[in-house]
Design a protein around this ligand. Structure first.
Ligand SMILES: Cc1cc2nc3c(=O)[nH]c(=O)nc-3n(C[C@H](O)[C@H](O)[C@H](O)COP(=O)(O)OP(=O)(O)OC[C@H]3O[C@@H](n4cnc5c(N)ncnc54)[C@H](O)[C@@H]3O)c2cc1C
Length: 289
């Protein structure tokens, strides 16, 4: 391991001041599950780690006026097991439940899962399907970014030097919305996905017609992917099995998977189509008629 200094401030202002003072030589650490591996591999070599773990309130999870607020240092396990999340945002509870193992979920945080920018991670597609926004603070101000716009490229996000992702705001899904989160794991149950798909779907009341749908995929390119053409092919249409199949087929052109030991790019593209269809079918089965 490289040498580095470590600070664990007890307020967000103190953390932001440290980041401003040390510029790009400092790095935020939350759960450390990703960063420490990258440091051991010499992929990043920060001189100072600024831990968020002692900043009070940053791990809060609460629902305010229909918006779920996930504090940046809330762990995956805390999200997965939170009663309000399980009851009102089951798509999120299901997603976080399937990240790695319980040991990782006890350490890894909501903020880390977004700021890390790894396109194989599970929470980003689910948060994109739910139309979540990320709140970012620096010593000089605050801004909000839709989660779908946070990912710029492979391990590259819009979290700027000096900024801390402080919380994620998730709106309540529309009444009667059906949801699905599926993760294709052909190797082991705690692996990263070969492909994962999150879906939120609503019908026009009393009909089979699609009012709205959001479909987002992980492990499908250099960033999480929103399958907009597939969504557009469904809005306003009757949700017949044939229509779902046709829409899922459009996912093939939206994804550009990276070949690795989980499969070739072509194989993953085919799996993206198959698992997108399954996600649409599951979401439809859960959507109120
Ligand atoms: C064995 C193993 C298996 C895994 N399997 C899965 C899996 O199946 N699915 C999955 O989704 N993920 C998986 N992961 C990845 C894991 O979810 C991530 O490592 C975790 O989400 C990162 O969160 P963290 O809090 O540990 O981040 P850290 O390691 O602390 O930080 C990661 C990066 O984000 C930055 N950062 C962290 N918090 C903030 C913040 N609030 N504001 C600004 N920047 C911040 C850090 O500076 C760093 O660049 C696995 C990891 C391991 C080690």
């Amino acid at each position: 391991m490289i040498d580095f200094d470590y600070r664990a401030p007890t307020s967000l202002d103190e953390a932001l001041a440290l980041l401003q003072q040390h510029g790009e030589s400092a790095r935020v650490v939350a759960g450390g599950t990703a960063l420490v591996i990258m440091m051991k591999q010499r992929l990043v070599q920060p001189e100072l780690l600024v831990s968020l773990r002692r900043v009070p309130e940053l791990d809060a999870i609460r629902a305010d006026n229909g918006t779920l607020r996930l504090g940046a240092t809330a762990t995956h396990r805390a999200v997965e097991t939170h009663p309000v999340v399980r009851e009102r945002w089951p798509l999120l509870a299901e997603t976080f439940h399937h990240v790695a193992t319980v040991r990782i979920r006890n350490m890894a945080t909501v903020g880390g899962s977004l700021a890390h920018g790894d396109p194989n991670q599970d929470p980003p597609p689910a948060l994109i399907a739910l139309d979540a926004r990320a709140r970012l603070r620096s010593a000089t101000g605050e801004r909000e970014v839709p989660v779908r716009e946070l990912f710029l490229d492979y391990y590259e996000t819009d979290v700027r030097p000096g900024e801390v992702l402080t919380e994620v705001l998730v709106p309540t899904p529309p009444p009667g919305a059906g949801w699905a989160w599926v993760k294709f794991l052909p190797r082991t149950a705690d692996d990263y996905a070969t492909v994962s798909v999150a879906c939120l779907l609503t019908r026009e009341p009393g009909t089979q017609r699609c009012r709205d749908v959001r479909l987002a995929l992980g492990s499908a390119g250099t960033t999480p992917v929103r399958a907009e053409a597939a969504e557009a092919a469904l809005r306003g249409e009757d949700l017949t099995p044939a229509r779902l199949r046709e829409a899922a087929q459009l996912v093939a052109d939206a994804v550009d998977p990276i070949a690795d030991f989980r499969g070739s790019s072509e194989y993953k593209r085919e799996m993206a189509v198959v698992w997108a269809r399954r996600a649409l079918e599951q979401a439809l089965a859960r959507a109120a008629a």
